[in-house]
Design a protein around this ligand. Structure first.
Ligand SMILES: Cc1cc2nc3c(=O)[nH]c(=O)nc-3n(C[C@H](O)[C@H](O)[C@H](O)COP(=O)(O)O)c2cc1C
Ligand code: SF4
Length: 594
């Protein structure tokens, strides 16, 4: 064990913020983190064993018990379900003779669910040993089963199983004309710091990660902090179900994203940057490392960039399967080698972020757009879009349409236009905009527009036709939040679980009108009392569908004012057997009211 771990420690160093990369390497060698490895790492990094155990327990891609030599995960996104995930997964389990959630007795294979893997345009999707598997169907599963039974290393599996396509259908202002490496930085050095920041300001660029904070303001605040050790972080966690545009930007436009980060570093005065890449995008890791290396060779990263005295470099850090790590302060905690628990704010990351130093955290698309704005000027961007939402927005479109993929639209575009372009049929039931934490709109709202002042979105756009069931959709989203709650605060930890139970009770036909009222009340509690954005939005799917489709909930109700969540009489069966009684007095009747 020591002989494996020592070189890993030598590679990453003994700073405690290197804990996650070290644990990831151990996991990929042993398919879990053995107790002996925990001891070694605790000693080398000088952190308590219990801290390492709590980190392992927090992240869903880290395990303290063995996973299969082939660890299979199948994405549980609603779009995967729409594409037949449930049947396929049962088929996979039966062919591999392993139960879902279990390790096969010979240790060769384990099979489990995972949250949305970011492949909604090419699902049903999964992961094998962390690498994305796309377009799963029965023939592909048969082939995978054969490869596993023959013990063929994943590296030798057919490359088409791992093919991740970009599927760009509508490139706009930014996608159709990417910048050449170095051009934005050259423009920045020509114009000077203040003018470049003014261009970003004039462009009106607002963060593309969902919240829409003005980018120039964030960069200015950070640059004005007294503390001079500052950091740039690119948030590529992209965990919102239905969102995959950052994956495409990093696959095909990574130079421009890294250029945007370098531009930001030059403005705020940072020497170190991080790309926090979600674990599900492991397939991009080597490619991105090569691009960073190319940029170092071309003088676009490292010391004295473009011979202008700017020193800056970027490190890639992999996430370990936790949606909450997309929340910027949780992401920073994760970068520091801890569990991804959102911090109290203020202070905001711009004043106290990574290692408590001023830090800019921006979405991939924000850096991508900023670099082009530095080159073309702020007005060029501001001329497109609406008054409050300038420029364009890149959408990841999936669900019931003929062309799921990537589309770039000026803000202000109507939903109707989007539906038309992606080949959505006329029998629309509704559209989930902004992922489960966003808004579900009904068919009669398609005149509404993509814009911060109307329908804001980080990029997720999922279409549902009339063949879909509202409650199935809401159930999937509600289970997602309960699974992804980080557990830090009670309103969310307990609340999301209660939401799930209460919704299940109704969808399974045990609900009453009183249960719907209780569900609504619970939604308000979770929304208003939770510590961070996850809990504050977890009830959105229920609230927005209750408002638009009350009849879908009503249809599942029994005609009683109250129905218990379990069968009290049946639960006494064991007691009756023990007491050897089965008379009327040993039974409890549930009284139904008219
Ligand atoms: C639960 C949760 C998950 C989030 N996930 C992401 C994410 O995957 N990517 C992202 O850029 N922002 C995400 N955000 C928003 C970030 O906290 C932050 O606002 C954003 O990265 C800032 O970048 P921007 O200004 O460029 O949008 C998430 C927020 C919450 C509350
Ligand atoms: S709201 Fe949920 S995710 Fe956010 S801190 Fe509380 S428990 Fe964690």
């Amino acid at each position: 064990m020591q002989s494996f771990i020592q070189p890993v420690i030598d590679r990453y160093g003994t700073s405690s913020d290197q804990l996650l990369p070290i644990l990831r390497d151990i996991q990929s060698e042993f398919q879990h983190i053995p107790a002996e490895a925990i001891e070694c790492v605790a000693l080398s990094l000088d952190i308590p064993r219990t801290q390492i155990i709590s980190v392992i327990e927090f992240y869903s891609f880290l395990h303290s018990t063995p996973q299969g030599k082939y660890a299979l995960l199948v994405s549980d996104s609603i779009t995967d379900h729409m594409l037949g995930k449930q049947d396929l997964m049962s088929y996979m389990a039966s062919q591999l003779k392993v139960s879902i959630g279990e390790l096969r007795t010979d240790g060769l294979v384990s099979l489990n669910n995972t949250s949305c893997s970011g492949m909604c345009d090419q699902g049903p999707a999964g992961l094998v040993n962390g690498y994305a598997l796309t377009n799963l169907d029965r023939p592909r599963i048969d082939a995978i089963v054969k490869l596993i039974e023959q013990n063929i290393p994943v590296q030798q599996w057919p490359s088409e199983f791992f093919m991740v396509k970009d599927n760009i259908y509508l490139p706009g202002l930014l996608l159709q004309d990417p910048i050449a490496p170095g051009d934005a930085l050259k423009a920045r050095f020509q114009k000077g710091l203040q003018q470049t920041l003014t261009e970003i300001d004039v462009s009106g660029l607002r963060g593309r990660g969902g919240a829409g904070f003005k980018t120039a303001m964030k960069w200015r605040f950070c640059s004005e902090e007294i503390e001079t050790e500052r950091y740039v972080v690119c948030n590529a966690d992209e965990g919102e179900p239905g969102t995959f545009k950052d994956r495409v930007l990093l696959n095909t436009y990574a130079h421009q994203v890294f250029e945007g980060m370098t531009l930001c570093a030059s403005i705020i005065g940072a020497e170190q940057g991080f790309l926090y890449l979600r674990g599900e995008y492991l397939h991009l890791y080597d490619k991105l490392q090569n691009i960073l290396q190319q940029r170092r060779h071309s003088g676009l990263l490292g010391n004295n960039i473009l011979e202008q005295g700017l020193n800056f470099d970027i490190e890639i850090r992999m996430g370990c399967g936790a949606y909450i790590c997309g929340e910027e302060s949780a992401l920073i905690e994760s970068l520091e080698g801890k569990r991804g628990i959102p911090r109290n704010r203020p202070p905001y990351p711009v004043s106290q972020g990574y290692l408590n130093k001023p830090t800019v955290v921006n979405n991939v698309e924000t850096f991508f757009a900023a670099s082009k704005i530095a080159l073309e000027g702020g007005q060029w961007f501001a001329d497109v879009g609406t008054k409050q939402s300038q420029g364009t927005k890149i959408l990841s479109i999936s669900g019931d349409c003929t062309k799921p993929g990537i589309y770039e639209y000026p803000f202000g575009t109507s939903i109707k236009q989007v539906l038309h372009d992606c080949g959505a049929a006329s029998d629309i039931l509704g559209i989930q905009i902004g992922g489960p934490s966003g808004t579900f709109i009904a068919e009669n709202e398609v005149h509404r527009t993509l814009a911060f002042e109307d329908l804001a979105t980080g990029g997720s756009f999922i279409i549902f036709n009339q063949s879909r069931n509202i409650l199935d959709i809401v159930k999937n989203f509600t289970h997602f939040f309960a699974h992804e709650s980080c557990g830090f605060c009670t309103p969310c930890r307990v609340g999301t679980l209660l939401l799930k139970k209460q919704l299940d009770k109704i969808t399974e036909g045990y609900g009453s009108a009183g249960d719907v009222a209780a569900l609504e009340e619970l939604c308000q509690l979770v929304k208003n009392l939770s510590h961070c954005g996850l809990g504050q939005t977890a009830a959105n799917p229920i609230l927005s569908t209750l408002e638009r489709y009350p009849e879908s909930y009503q249809q599942r109700l029994k005609k009683i004012s109250y129905e218990p969540g379990f069968d009290l009489d049946a639960s006494l069966e064991t007691a009756r057997r023990l007491a050897n009684r089965n008379d009327a007095g040993a039974h409890l009747a549930q009284v139904e009211e008219d």
